[in-house]
Design a protein around this ligand. Structure first.
Ligand SMILES: [Zn+2]
Length: 177
């Protein structure tokens, strides 16, 4: 029985069940203090009874491991985890963390760009949230991503390097492909 376990026993159980690349949200929700999900460390802790993500997952206690909507919380927070490592801690705080706290209670919460980006990362499709809203989310976090800008710059350079010659007409140069 969980209720009769000592803290030491619960920590031992968490250690025994610990797999860094565990891909079961149920296993995460069965943990007492810590776990992991797809390479993300998980701590069972929340602020204001809400789960959140900041470089790792903080999942509130008291969730039902067999409840699908509770399992969805783990997946959604993992979507935020991916955005954290995509845009870095400062941009994450400014563009995701703080807006998310301020928009608590918004009836269209999961249509908000920073939330939609997290859902889109992990393929969560919610009732009433369109594919366009999900894409708007991904475009939003891309704007803050150094990797995204680097890739765009590389693609552009590749394009300009594939010309066969440059045509000079008056003062203007045209790349001929
Ligand atoms: Zn969220």
């Amino acid at each position: 029985m969980r209720g009769t376990q000592t803290i030491t026993q619960m920590v031992k159980t968490d250690l025994n069940n610990f797999k860094l690349f565990n891909n079961s949200p149920k296993v995460v929700l069965e943990s007492h203090y810590f776990s992991a999900y797809r390479g993300a460390p998980v701590i069972r802790f929340s602020v204001d009874n809400r789960s959140f993500s900041f470089g790792m997952l903080f999942i509130q206690r008291g969730l039902d491991p067999n409840n699908e909507s509770h399992q969805l919380i783990v997946k959604h927070e993992y979507g935020h985890f991916l955005d954290f490592w995509k845009i870095g801690p400062l941009a994450y705080l400014a563009a995701v963390g703080i807006p998310s706290i301020l928009s608590k209670g918004n009836p269209n919460y999961y249509e908000l760009k920073w939330e939609a980006s997290a859902d889109n990362n992990v393929g969560i499709k919610r009732k009433g949230v369109s594919q366009e809203a999900l894409q708007r989310g991904t475009n939003y976090t891309n704007k803050f991503s150094p990797y995204h800008h680097l890739k765009a710059a590389k693609d552009k350079r590749k394009q300009t390097q594939s010309y066969t010659h440059i045509r000079l007409v008056g003062n203007s140069a045209t790349f001929v492909y």
